[in-house]
Design a protein around this ligand. Structure first.
Ligand SMILES: [Zn+2]
Length: 427
């Protein structure tokens, strides 16, 4: 065997072993992206270009000012607007729409293998839709499956967004679902805990196994279809937040009642999810304590339609009217908003639905929601390496047809996606 042949064989063997070919690991040429305009996370800049080197943005600015190094490859994106990869603030990759299979049946009747297999496809669709990061808020009965899902994406085994995960989430004993007969104990969609000892243990378990955030259900329905009530005591929530914080993890709380929201805000959670019955008083408290609201307007909109609401015909359900009043009160109180739709309740890849609804039915401008889904979410979710088109940040970028700062519908026209400098959706 000649030395060259031997080297080739060795390389081939390493390719197989390493799962990717070493011969292709030479640094790729810098890319000069040439869209019609760049939205940098705050403002639209017609005539800008973006230089990408490796996984990072090297420079962004007017075409005349950004010098491409020798060997750079031009990537024309004619007629398109380039923007930072969108950030989904509230997803459940391990759920699929409830009009396909009810939540109870997903938790009780679907195997974890089936759920994970679906989740890989959900992750792919999310990325293709231009959402390059997602905060995935609980596996809903699929234990720690999100840990492996995140690893598979990070290792390049499957395509998907960068994930912040919450693993199992925490609920007060007896205060979640599914619920069958009182005589039958069934596996729950989250980890049940009561009292400080169990809470401390569970938070440590979840964080040590990979939770980036700790999610708690501060209120929930005691009976199916019944009203939500605050479940954990103030002391329990305080212990939960203190334990997570000492491990360096923020807490997010599901809460829709004023009392659940109030206790969560006092305990020091960073974001409150849903907030359907939020009042001026509780939003004032949230503002004072620096707690953000993730209103998830698309989830209720979808669920009510699954239950028979024919949108556009007949009166608006009271739950929607209340949601609109709550979001308006949050805005009046100047509470920061995380943008996230609770996607999984509705189809993955349809993440833009939340932004569309906020513009069409909740009085936000396209620019408001676009800023929030990029630089705003990055700031509130502690992701300083993304959310803007700026030198030294991650090259997570999306090109859409039209001007999304004027027309939210443009976010449906995703033509090209880059994650970490790699093109994951070609023109
Ligand atoms: Zn959710």
């Amino acid at each position: 065997m000649t030395q060259r042949l031997f080297r080739r064989c060795l390389l081939a063997a390493l390719c197989v072993l390493g799962g990717r070919c070493l011969a292709q690991s030479a640094p790729p040429a810098p890319l000069l992206l040439q869209p019609a305009a760049v939205f940098d996370g705050q403002t639209l800049h017609p005539g800008w270009v973006v230089l990408v080197e490796g996984s990072l943005i090297k420079a962004a600015g007017p075409a005349a000012q950004v010098k491409a190094p020798a060997g750079a490859r031009a990537v024309p994106l004619p007629g398109l607007t380039l923007l930072p990869g969108l950030i989904e603030g509230h997803s459940h990759l391990l759920l699929h729409p409830y009009n396909e299979t009810s939540w109870d049946d997903q938790v009780l009747r679907e195997s974890q293998a089936l759920r994970v297999a679906r989740a890989t496809e959900h992750a792919r669709r999310t990325l293709q839709a231009g959402f390059t990061t997602a905060r995935d808020l609980g596996t809903e009965g699929a234990d720690y499956a999100d840990v492996g899902l995140k690893q598979a994406i990070e290792q390049g085994i499957i395509p998907g967004p960068r994930l912040l995960i919450a693993t199992r989430a925490l609920v007060a004993t007896g205060c979640y679902g599914p619920k069958l007969s009182v005589d039958v104990a069934v596996p729950q969609g989250a980890q049940e805990v009561s009292g400080p000892d169990e809470i401390v243990r569970a938070v440590r378990e979840q964080v040590s196994r990979g939770a980036d955030v700790v999610k708690v259900y501060a209120d929930y329905r005691l009976t199916p279809g019944g009203p939500s009530v605050a479940t954990f005591s103030q002391d329990e929530l305080n212990v939960l937040v203190a334990t997570a914080r000492s491990l360096g993890r923020p807490v997010v709380a599901h809460a829709s009642t004023p009392e659940g929201m109030r206790r969560a805000a006092l305990a020091g959670v960073e974001t409150i999810e849903h907030g359907d019955q939020g009042t001026a008083e509780v939003f004032k408290l949230m503002k004072q304590r620096g707690v953000a609201l993730c209103p998830t307007v698309a989830a209720g909109d979808a669920i009510l339609q699954y239950r028979g609401w024919r949108k556009g015909q007949g009166p608006e359900p009271e739950r929607i009217t209340q949601k609109k009043a709550s979001v308006a009160a949050a805005r009046r109180a100047d509470v920061a908003l995380v943008l996230g739709g609770d996607v999984g309740v509705f189809p993955h890849g349809d993440n833009a639905r939340e932004l569309e609804l906020l513009v069409r039915e909740y009085g936000f401008t396209p620019l408001d929601v676009l800023r929030q889904a990029t630089s705003g979410n990055a700031r509130l979710l502690h992701l300083p390496d993304r959310g803007q088109v700026q030198s030294a940040l991650l090259a997570d970028l999306v090109a859409v047809a039209g001007d999304p700062t004027q027309d939210v519908q443009a976010l449906r026209q995703v033509r090209w996606v880059m994650k970490g400098g790699a093109v994951v959706r070609e023109l």
